[in-house]
Design a protein around this ligand. Structure first.
Ligand SMILES: Nc1ncnc2c1ncn2[C@@H]1O[C@H](COP(=O)(O)OP(=O)(O)OP(=O)(O)O)[C@@H](O)[C@H]1O
Length: 255
């Protein structure tokens, strides 16, 4: 079954067409990497998938429900981890508070409150190895720890579909490896993962499917080709010319 798909998706922001006719399909249980150069439209694609950016044409379906039917979309089955910069607020908050905020509903009446919310938040922090830091302020956390708090905030909803925007960006190798382990555990548990990446890096073994964007067009959509070692090479650059749906790529390093 399909977890999330886009069909003939165009997104226009201001007067600029950012996404052109993007059709992608993510099967349940897959781990998909969205790759591409800076400004190619990766964040716009996933922000459209999570309902932050409206499609200008075409559509998005989440577990079979059209995103236009907002009231019927199973949002509670999705978790979204934005780019880490989103945590850089001046408001002091503990890790537990940040994670519990992931349980807030659109109306306070629906918010998950009380001891069960705290238990769920602690369990989510445990899943990313930070249970013992629950009462520490996130301002003192390293980049990798902050990223893990944001992942815990998404996990507290026990999502079937987790969407992440550059989770490995700007964090050290050890933290990247820890994050890869966390995501591997979720992958094994059957969670569908869609993640924007600059480079597959530590997540390479997990990725079933890659989608490459260039200037808002999909130029590759398929399984990663040329795993490190398979052809004696670690890096394959995406062709500069858009070559719809057959560019070889495993690790892109485009900057
Ligand atoms: N609200 C907006 N209004 C107008 N243009 C926008 C808006 N948001 C993004 N863009 C433009 O859309 C293009 C794609 O941006 P997007 O953030 O989706 O790319 P990206 O591939 O995620 O880039 P990066 O790797 O740098 O994060 C960029 O040229 C960006 O300037």
């Amino acid at each position: 079954m399909t977890a999330i798909s886009t069909r003939d998706l165009d997104v226009i922001l201001g007067s600029t067409r950012i996404l052109h006719n993007v059709s992608v399909e993510v099967a349940e249980g897959e781990t998909v990497a969205v790759l591409g150069a800076n400004g190619s439209g990766k964040s716009t694609l996933i922000r459209t998938m999570v309902g932050i950016v409206p499609p200008s044409r075409g559509g998005v379906e989440i577990f079979g429900t059209d995103i236009h039917k907002r009231g019927s979309v199973p949002w509670s089955r999705m978790g979204y981890v934005p780019q880490r910069v989103a945590t850089a607020s001046g408001v002091p908050a503990t890790a537990l508070e940040v994670v519990r905020s992931g349980l807030l509903g659109p109306r306070s009446l629906w918010a998950d409150r009380g001891p069960s919310a705290k238990r769920k938040a602690l369990a989510a922090l445990g899943a990313v190895g930070l249970e013992d830091r629950a009462n520490d302020h996130v301002q003192v956390f390293s980049g990798g720890q902050s990223q893990r708090v944001l992942i815990a905030r998404a996990l507290v909803r026990q999502p079937d579909l987790l969407i992440l925007d550059e989770p490995l960006a700007g964090i050290d190798r050890e933290s990247r490896e820890q994050l890869a382990e966390t995501l591997e555990g979720l992958h094994r548990a059957g969670v569908t993962i869609v993640t924007v990446l600059h480079d597959l890096g530590e997540l390479a073994p997990l990725i079933d499917h890659t989608v490459v964007l260039e200037d808002g067009h999909v130029t590759f959509d398929g399984p990663p080709v040329g795993a490190p070692g398979e052809h004696g090479e670690d890096h394959h650059h995406v062709d500069a010319e858009p070559t719809p749906h057959h560019a070889p790529v495993l690790r892109t390093e485009i900057s």
